[in-house]
Design a protein around this ligand. Structure first.
Ligand SMILES: *[C@@H]1O[C@H](CO)[C@@H](O)[C@H](O)[C@H]1NC(C)=O
Ligand SMILES: *[C@@H]1O[C@H](CO)[C@@H](O)[C@H](O)[C@H]1NC(C)=O
Length: 283
């Protein structure tokens, strides 16, 4: 080959080597467990499964994990290849630093083995890998959830004739829950979400949430003679968690704050008063 050609080939090779993306440092999969109930497991493994180009050495390779809880991602773990990994921030003393994801020097400490995961460790985890040849990152949510201590649906008459109020309450939930009411025909089944509920969520000091909801039902909106059940659905969207508490409409009708006995006494008193005033006018 002529010297000019050799130089050209050399330059071309250099371009290929140095152009970004030609050496693939890529995260194929970021493995993060699906929602886990608080206190139910001893450990979880979050694995940042990247591939290096064949022949790429581990020199200059850095794996970092970040956790984003509302504001900014904060570093929680760092491993510089051929060094000892470090746990940082909220993961300080909560990671098994002896854990090996693989036997390869270039991927050995890429994963997080978190011991006794609790709700404070919920959030978006980001793995960042970089080397002399490139970098890549991926993000996934991990949710440690707490189901409700109680879910209670109660019913009462409102001060307006022909109206029923449904009230529902759940305490000690994580992460943020939602609540809806459902109307179902006992004969035909199915279920319809009811519009117009008022929902209040309370953020507790211990990090858990309380939630309560109210809705007023016009008895006129129900088909006469049909049998209904009302449901209160508590859900934790991030945790893919749902629970429904059902109550029959008959139970609602019986839930008048005044008993039949006290109602007839009241009617008697009103009648007596009307009669006495009328009698007084006649005199
Ligand atoms: C979560 O689980 C831990 C035990 O792993 C327990 O100590 C803690 O009280 C639990 N938190 C809640 C809110 O249930
Ligand atoms: C939620 O649950 C449904 C049905 O059980 C499942 O298909 C879906 O993948 C789950 N989603 C998450 C985020 O876990």
């Amino acid at each position: 080959m002529a010297p000019e050609v050799t130089t050209l080939v050399g330059v071309a090779l250099l371009l290929v080597v140095c152009s970004p993306g030609s050496w693939a440092l890529r995260i194929g999969q970021l493995h993060v467990p699906s929602p886990i109930r608080n206190g139910s497991v001893k450990d979880v493994i979050l694995d940042c499964d990247y591939s290096l180009d064949p022949g790429e050495k581990s020199e200059g390779l850095v794996v970092k994990w970040f956790l984003n809880q509302e504001t900014n991602p904060l570093p929680v773990y760092q491993w510089i290849a051929n060094k000892i990994p470090q746990d940082l921030g909220v993961l300080r003393n909560r990671v098994d630093l002896m854990y090996h994801a693989t036997d390869q020097p270039s991927t050995r400490h890429r994963a997080l083995r978190i011991l006794n995961p609790t709700i404070e460790l919920s959030g978006e985890y980001r793995c960042e890998v970089s080397s002399f040849y490139g970098e890549d990152s991926k993000t996934k949510k991990m949710i440690i959830y707490v189901p409700e201590e109680n879910l209670e649906l109660t019913q009462s008459k409102t001060t307006v004739e022909g109206q029923v109020r449904l009230s529902c309450e759940a305490d000690g939930v994580f992460p943020k829950p939602e609540m809806t009411f459902i109307k179902r025909s006992i004969e035909y089944g199915g279920g319809k979400i009811m519009d117009g509920a008022e929902v209040r969520v309370t953020d507790r000091k211990d990090g858990l949430f309380d939630i309560e909801a109210d809705i007023v039902v016009d008895e006129a909106s129900l088909d006469e003679g049909a049998q209904y059940a009302f449901g209160c659905e508590l859900s934790i969207p991030d945790a893919n968690y749902t629970l429904i508490e059902w109550e029959n409409y008959e139970a609602i009708s019986a839930a008048a704050p005044l008993s039949a006995g006290s109602l007839s006494l009241l009617a008697l008193a009103a009648w007596a008063w009307l009669w006495s005033t009328a009698a007084a006018r006649r005199l």
